[in-house]
Design a protein around this ligand. Sequence first.
Ligand code: TRP
Ligand code: ZN
Length: 847
Amino acid sequence: MRDATPGQDQSVHLKDYAPVPVTVTHVDLHFRLDPLATRVQARLTCERRGPGAMVLNGEDLETVSLAIDGTPLGADAYTLDGDTLTLHETPDAFLLETEVTIAPETNKALSGLYMSNGMYCTQCEAEGFRRITWMLDRPDVMATYDVEIDADLPVLLSNGDEVGQGRWHDPWPKPTYLFALVAGNLVATSDSFTTMEGREVALNIWVRPGDEGRTAYAMDSLKRSMAWDERVYGRAYDLSVFNIVAVDDFNMGAMENKGLNIFNSRYVLASPETATDADYANIERIVAHEYFHNWTGNRITCRDWFQLCLKEGLTVFRDQQFSQDERGAAVQRIGDVMALRARQFREDAGPLAHPVRPESFVEINNFYTSTIYEKGAEVIGMLRTFVGAEGYDAGVALYFQRHDGDAATIEDWLRCFEEATGRDLSQFKLWYSQAGTPRVKVEEHWDGSTYRIELAQHVPDTPGQTDRAPMVIPLAFGLLDASGAEIRATEVHALTKVTDSLSFDLPARPVLSILRGFSAPVILGFEQSDADRLTLLAHDTDPFARWEAGRALAKDRLMRALTQDAPFDDAWLDAVATLATDDTAAPAFRALALALPSEEDLAGSLHVAGVVPDPDRIYAMRRSAQLAIAERLSPAMSDLRAACTTPGPYDPCAEDAGKRALSGRLLGLRTLIDGGEAARAAYAAADNMTDRMAAFACLLEANDDEIAAAFEADWKHDRLVMDKWFTAQVIHAAPRDAVAVAERLVRHPDFDASNPNRFRAVVGALAAGNPAGFHNPSGAGYAFLARHLLALDPVNPQTAARLSQAFDTWRRYDADRQALIETELKRMAGTEGLSRDLDEMVGRMLP
Ligand code: TRP
Ligand code: ZN
């Protein structure tokens, strides 16, 4: 429980937005770095904009002095009250000078200025700047910066252009959350890029000495991102230098600070021996994401944190477009949809559901969610589908031209599209305010000459929201004939009413391919026949719809097996085998087609169907489906695996990665039959971490009791590889052993709860990567998670709160499990001194 005044609402509301009465236009900072007593002198150029007192934010600051225009403030000129500094009377224009001391060494929250392996670094989004000095710590206050860093360290970095040793000037007005400072013993990999405007930009990737051999892929990704943003969005970079720094202790993936991006080292460092194909793909995507923020986020920022999706949804959409262009659209889109369903649909179905633009929050860090990011990106994609590619380009161009330098809102964004296209987007805007995943029911009717599709939409209730208005749902669809030939190419029907219908006069009943490309983030209720799905799986021209048909068949089988003990039928197994062995289809696509719906996905679907999910039964049933597929593929297995070999040395390119993905999938199936024989050979032969991890996972699943020690002996020295070692053991433990494995690993000498990567590698892996283990009927998994969250909360509340989301599906389960989880949630809620972050999360999850 937090110490709050009873009855006092601690939440912030969108409707209460008001601009500041006094703003800051320039910030001049001087740092004298010291682990326990860093001195920060700030000179803020302030200007009155309206009536009212100036209220600055500060947290954990030791205030040394305060002065206005050179005169120290008298005791009655200000009020220092907890986390605010109020200046009662100020001139219309003045210089506010403050001096504070802070202790970066003891800052384990990884917010503000902190230390990681002896290096100083910052994280200011969302509200970390107030932990550095007194300031108006909100995104609508944009200022230019001069920074001077005084420290006996070789590398001293901040935003903008370097104007002297440890002196930086950032000419682009920015909000506090984009401020950054880095100081330490770092080495750079350097390169350069010439912009389309002819500007030469120095590119540096800064890492700890010894890691410089692992930066090449991040640098290559950066240069391709810069070129792509010029080519596709017409956006060029705007400073003489672009720095990226890799940091080991980091709460999230990376941060788009102006000209000085700071990354979790796992999203920078890669070599074939230490990184998997998934790591390479993540590095490429996240480097692009942070770089793209320079225009969507930095040059145009958010007026307030309720507008977070304005920068995040748009920037995710842009990084998804980039990855589609760089790696192939079909496989990228399927992967993005799988991630959306796994994280956002789950969030939308539970107690933490919220709109893409929330209307209130207690702690903004709790709203860096899948809904803001991934659903936010889907909304941009739908907008593009709805107004067309040309309309989208025109709207975006107007947005950049009109709002460059602004702190903008969703209304500003949508107005650009209305003006550029003449379309009315008032109904479309509901996507920003209505939470919940819409259901679209599809029914087909054939009367011998007319084919009719009946559509109906429904938005389920979410916390605080009922009786919703119908949304605009762009449905991309096409029609095939019974032989699989396309008789109508893709067109988009925008469903805008609760019910609607479409009719076609045709000589024969067609096969409907609907929600092509996943044109809207909805759940389809469409009981399509097996025959039609098999036709789509074999012939659809839209790769997403083709994959989706296979997924629907698999899900249907698993659901019937779980609820009616139905056996896996030959027609399905034959279809799976046909696709797996179809060498005209890309290996990456075939690997995706072989992946069964996840345990989580099945649990959610059972719940929607009114059945209480049993995690052990789901685990066992998925395994027997995999075994059935493995047996069906067995005769072709060696040929199939041989066809997956890649020529030459390891190359992270999408084509080779696709072959390795299929190869890994096949090895998993093979292991179910041979008990690990093939995996043991693959482990010994692996010359890259992708193949090695695939074999390692198989051997853990096969209960090989020597492989973990062997892996550890080889990789003990490498922190990023050891994260994988910790995670794999938890994820691939048998459900009944998973908690014991996690308990053993948190006692390992290399376990370090204060490092978020390592904490997630064990605690997060149990909570999110081994559902049947986490939901062990004894409640041991729940107790394990709650105990570690409570231990982490006083140190790093952001990460503790983020991982607490693992409990958000608790209402799906049986009464015994619900009671066990409720006990843990209540125990957390009742803990004295709980952080605002974790308190808000458990409060929202409790009834
Ligand atoms: N803005 C960052 C991004 O999307 C994410 C971010 C928000 C973040 N808050 C953070 C990163 C705190 C690290 C720590 O890329
Ligand atoms: Zn972002």
